[in-house]
Design a protein around this ligand. Sequence first.
Ligand SMILES: Cc1ncc(C[n+]2csc(CCOP(=O)(O)OP(=O)(O)O)c2C)c(N)n1
Length: 244
Amino acid sequence: MSQLFRFPQSLKKTLFHYCPGCHHSLIHRLLCEVIDELGIREKTVGIASIGCSCFLYFYIDVDIVEAPHGRACSAATGIKRARPDLLVFTYQGDGDFAAIGLGDSLHSASRGEKFTVLMINNTLYGMTGGQVSPTTPLCQKTTTTPLGRDPQVHGYPMKIAEMLGNFEGVALSARVAVNNPKRVLSAKEVLKKAFLYQREAKGFTYVEFLSACPVNWKMDPLSATKYVDKLTEIFPLGTFKDIG
Ligand SMILES: Cc1ncc(C[n+]2csc(CCOP(=O)(O)OP(=O)(O)O)c2C)c(N)n1
């Protein structure tokens, strides 16, 4: 049976708590398909972080550790160094990875720690009510930039996947989206490659997902899905480093 019609073994049979139109559930499924296809369920450890995805352990049937806000890459470093035989991934929002956790994140990448990061970039702090984050586009309204992000006051959006592409310790840095079927399929291929590179101990692997947040973007799910297309003008999809 095609994978499309098979319920992933690593995905728990429970209802998601995510808002309608949020892309977390889709990304969870892709992650589980990759874990199943690589046959690594018993050898995988996930690091959930603080944000909307903090309940990762409700959904993904692998060992999950909850890190304090921003510390997922440091927790992953410890686990991977202690047990290099395991496949370790972090699952982090843009606030977690690129704001409070920026120091932990960049130093892990620079050290070439051999785990995989899934960075879910919804361009704001979702769980706490939609505050500005390092990846908020210019002009985007958030609860802390009600008139839109002004570069003179709030700075410019950070392009993390591009930045990590310049790090020597990074084996793979890519940005993907899941707002149409073609993109879903290519996102899965990139994620699978990240886990394969990790299995071969090639270096730090980073996959950034542009992800819809209809509630905090104050859009219906369809408009939010379309807004992801607009986001690709600011955050182009693609691979910024691939050591092959
Ligand atoms: C040390 C600490 N500071 C602040 C918070 C409050 N807090 C919880 S989630 C969050 C933002 C999460 O945003 P992001 O990482 O982008 O994830 P999202 O909710 O959008 O998925 C913040 C600031 C906290 N829990 N712990």
